[in-house]
Design a protein around this ligand. Structure first.
Ligand code: EPU
Length: 344
């Protein structure tokens, strides 16, 4: 049976903020062929289209008056060891609808390394290149090989290699120049059985030390990262949220020095030549916003960068609260916070 287009579907179970809005039309896509048939149908010609993966980076402020394509394309395939080099290299391809957590668990349990620092990130494979997901010193771009996609306007297939994607901090062409033009159908990752582990991140080092692990395995790192995440971040299964709501601001060294003159404690990290990244969570906490409850929304008690839905929040309520945070940080530090979450 081909894809079934439903009408007036609640999206409450399709966004991790658990905002209760509805989609005028909704279709679940289980294969690339189904996707192409929907894109080439007459029905879609007059509709605006929204592509939804895990809905884990999205804040709905109103009902969606178009067609939601919920991408559920399954499948994980391990391709032949790559190239002539070390046979430890593995390429894993996953369907865009595969849960990211499932993919990471699959790879870690098979001993395929490189992906372990990205354990427990919510969302799907298809979204992973769009915002170049990252955590604990690793970004998607570090393991990305290529992805396949279908053009919304024509249904034509295209493969994107690394250089086609324009990856940056939480950025790619899929969010900028090609926004709204392609739907990713599968992603291939290059991993390695003898991957060099990335354990420089302070919290990982401390946790490994605490456990007395000197020679960590891929699985040890995955476990430690998962536990750090659980301790800091609210679980979307029990409390609605979309992870970091804002990006960490990247500013010039000159701007940084001005901020540091007034606030010597400002938490910062190097971000390439002439650039400094500030911890937005710290800026927000300094403005008195950590763990505060505002109506049905608020910031998380262990991580001020995460906005939450305490139950029954509307998207507008969360959005307005985020405006208050932006204003407070601008007033105190003269720094403009940018939202990481997509607002619709
Ligand atoms: N901090 C505070 N108060 C807070 C939160 C953070 O002072 O309430 C300071 C602390 O000094 C802390 C530093 O900020 O050491 C950094 O915090 P954390 O390690 O929690 O990381 P983050 O910069 O807030 C980023 C990503 C997360 C990712 C973590 C770990 C962004 C926007 N967020 O957060 O990604 O899990 O690093 O690598 O880059 C996401 O994108 O949704 C996400 C959760």
């Amino acid at each position: 049976m081909g894809p079934v287009i439903k009408e007036n579907v609640s999206l409450v179970n399709y966004n991790t903020f658990r905002i209760d809005v509805s989609a005028r039309w909704f279709v679940e896509i289980n294969s690339e062929a189904d996707l192409i048939s929907v894109l080439q149908s007459d029905f879609i010609k007059t509709k605006q289209v929204l592509v939804l993966g895990g809905g884990s980076n999205m804040l709905f402020t109103k009902d969606y008056d178009g067609l939601v394509l919920k991408i559920s394309i399954p499948g994980i395939a391990v391709l032949e060891p790559e190239g002539q080099g070390s046979s430890d290299e593995v390429v894993v391809r996953a369907g865009a609808g595969v849960s990211w957590k499932y993919l990471v668990d699959y790879c870690v349990s098979h001993g395929y390394g490189g992906i372990e620092n990205l354990s427990l990130i919510p969302g799907t494979v298809g979204a992973s290149p769009v915002q170049n997901i990252g955590a604990y010193g690793v970004e998607l771009k570090d393991i990305f090989k290529c992805c396949t996609a279908v053009e919304i306007a024509t249904g034509a297939k295209r493969t994107f290699g690394y250089d086609d994607c324009g990856f940056g901090y939480r950025e790619s062409v899929f969010k900028s120049s090609l926004k709204g033009q392609y739907i990713i159908t599968s992603v291939s990752y290059h991993l390695s059985r003898s991957a060099k582990l990335n354990v420089q991140y302070g919290a990982i080092q401390q946790e490994l030390q605490r456990r007395g692990i000197e020679q960590p395995s891929i699985a040890d790192v995955a476990k430690v990262v998962s536990e750090i995440r659980v301790s800091k971040l609210p679980d979307p299964a029990t409390i609605g949220n979309a992870g970091s709501f804002f990006k960490n601001p990247v500013i010039s060294v000159a701007e940084f020095e001005r901020a540091q003159a007034n606030f010597p404690e400002v938490v910062n990290f190097p971000a390439g030549p002439g650039k400094v990244k500030l911890a937005a969570g710290w800026l927000i906490e300094q403005c008195g916003f950590k763990g505060i409850v505002s109506g049905n929304t608020g910031t998380w008690k262990n991580q001020a960068l995460v906005l939450v839905n305490h139950g029954g929040a509307t998207g507008l309520e969360v959005y307005n609260f985020s405006e208050q945070i932006i204003e407070a940080v601008a007033d105190k530090f003269g720094i403009a916070l940018e939202r990481e979450v997509n607002i619709l």
